[in-house]
Design a protein around this ligand. Structure first.
Ligand SMILES: [Zn+2]
Length: 375
C-alpha cells in the first residue's frame, strides 16, 4: 500500500519532469524519459523477505581467522594496562573466493535481537511512501548481482547481522533524510578505529562512487555518530562484525533531495555500480596475506593535561581551532598521526578533532564508551 502511494506520487511528478525537459535541447532522455519507470521496482519490494535471508555463518565454507601460534607467549604481567590481545588473522587459503557482506540498512528491523531492541522501530529516512529500507534493499540486491558476476561470494544481510560476522569486506548501505529539501550528497565512514584495510576500502569506494553517480560528496557531513554504527561495535554488541572485518557505512545520498532522488530512485544501477566498483577495486588491490592490515589500532586511555588543550580540525598547529578542552577531560582516541591524536570529546560530540600529544596524559580510567547509533 505504501508502495502504491509512492508510485502515485512519483507519477504525479513525471509530467513536471517532462515539462522541465522540454526546455532542454537534446536531453537524450537518459534521466527523465517521461515513460521510464520512475522508481525502484515494485515487484522486488513486494518480495521483501520477512526473515533473515542469510545462512548462519556456522555453515560458511571459509575458515574464520585463527590465532597464529607464537612460540613465546607474552606473560600477562608484561601488558598491565594494555588492550585485549587480538590474534593476528591468518590469511585466507590461496584461491579462496572473496566474501563480502552487504547490509541493507534497517531491513527487517523489527527482528533485531534484544540487545538492539531500541532500533526495532528505526526504519531510517523516508520519502513519500518509500522507506529507506526499501531503497537500501533494492540497491544491495543490485550490488550483489554485480559482485557475484565477478566471482565474489555475497551475503545479503538485514539489520540483524550474524554474531562476529567475518568477511573480506562489510558494506552497510544507508540513505539520508532531512527535514529540509536542501541537504544532499553522499558520505562514507569507517568504524571508530579504522584498520588500514577499512581505510583502503573507504578510499576505493569514495574514488568510484562520485564519478559513477554524479552525486556530490557531503563534505564534512560525517559525524562521530556515523562512525558509531551499531554493527561495527563488537565491544557493545554480539550482533556485530568481527573486529578484523574491514567495514564502511555508505550514506548514498538524501532521499529528501529531488536532485539526489533523480539518481537514487531513477538510476539505481549507477548507485549500485559506484559501490560495486569500489569494492572490487579494494579486493583487487589488497594483499590477502597481510593480516596486520585487518587489525584496528589500539590506543591508551587519554585525558587532557594540566594546561588544557585545543581541539583542531586537522593534525597541525595551523589547523582551525574547534574548541578548547579543559584539563582532566577524558578522551577517546580514534587515530594517531605525526605527534597528534584524533579524539572524541564529550565537550564537542558532533565531530572528532585533533590534539597534540604533548598536551595529553595517559590514564587507567577508560572513557565511557559512546552509545551506538543507527543512522
Ligand atoms: Zn539509515
Amino acid at each position: 500500500m505504501l508502495r502504491l502511494t509512492a508510485m502515485r506520487r512519483m507519477s504525479a511528478l513525471v509530467p513536471l519532469l517532462a515539462a522541465i525537459l522540454v526546455g532542454c535541447a537534446d536531453s537524450g532522455g537518459a534521466v527523465g524519459s517521461p515513460t521510464s519507470p520512475p522508481i525502484i521496482p515494485v515487484a522486488e519490494a513486494a518480495t521483501l523477505p520477512t526473515s533473515t535471508p542469510v545462512p548462519p555463518t556456522a555453515t560458511s565454507v571459509l575458515p574464520t581467522f585463527t590465532p597464529v601460534p607464537t612460540s613465546t607467549p607474552v606473560p600477562p604481567t608484561a601488558t598491565p594496562a594494555g588492550p585485549t590481545v587480538v590474534p593476528t588473522p591468518s590469511p585466507r587459503p590461496a584461491g579462496t573466493a572473496p566474501r563480502v557482506g552487504l547490509q541493507a540498512g534497517h531491513l527487517n528491523a523489527s527482528e533485531l535481537p534484544d540487545e538492539l531492541a531500541r532500533f526495532r522501530t528505526s526504519t531510517g529516512a523516508r520519502y513519500g511512501g518509500v522507506s529507506e529500507a526499501d531503497l537500501n534493499y533494492d540497491i544491495a540486491q543490485r550490488v550483489q548481482a554485480l559482485l557475484e558476476a565477478e566471482g565474489v561470494i555475497v551475503d545479503l544481510l538485514p539489520a540483524t547481522i550474524p554474531p562476529s560476522y567475518d568477511a573480506d569486506a562489510f558494506i552497510a548501505i544507508h540513505a539520508d533524510g532531512s527535514a529540509a529539501s536542501g541537504p544532499r550528497g553522499w558520505k562514507l565512514a569507517t568504524p571508530w578505529r579504522a584498520s588500514r584495510a577499512a581505510q583502503q576500502l573507504l578510499d576505493a569506494v569514495a574514488a568510484s562512487y562520485g564519478p559513477a553517480t554524479g552525486l556530490p560528496q557531503d563534505v564534512g557531513g560525517v559525524t562521530v555518530n556515523m562512525r558509531g554504527y551499531y554493527a561495527f561495535n563488537d565491544r557493545r554488541h554480539t550482533h556485530a562484525i568481527a573486529r578484523t572485518t574491514p567495514a564502511i557505512i555508505v550514506e548514498m545520498g538524501f532521499m529528501t533531495s529531488a536532485a539526489d532522488r533523480a539518481v537514487l530512485f531513477d538510476q539505481p544501477g549507477r548507485v549500485a555500480s559506484g559501490i560495486a566498483q569500489g569494492v572490487l577495486a579494494y579486493l583487487a588491490q589488497r594483499d590477502p596475506s597481510d593480516g596486520a592490515a585487518l587489525l584496528p589500532p589500539d590506543f591508551p586511555n587519554l585525558r587532557v593535561g594540566e594546561a588544557g588543550a585545543i581541539l583542531r580540525s586537522a593534525p597541525s598547529d595551523d589547523a582551525r581551532q574547534i574548541t578548547r578542552i579543559a584539563a582532566g577531560q577524558r578522551l577517546f582516541a580514534l587515530d594517531r598521526r605525526d605527534g597528534w591524536y584524533q579524539v572524541f570529546s564529550r565537550d564537542f560530540p558532533s565531530a572528532p578533532g585533533w590534539i597534540r600529544e604533548d598536551l595529553l596524559e595517559t590514564t587507567s580510567e577508560a572513557f565511557p564508551f559512546p552509545t551506538t547509533t543507527n543512522p
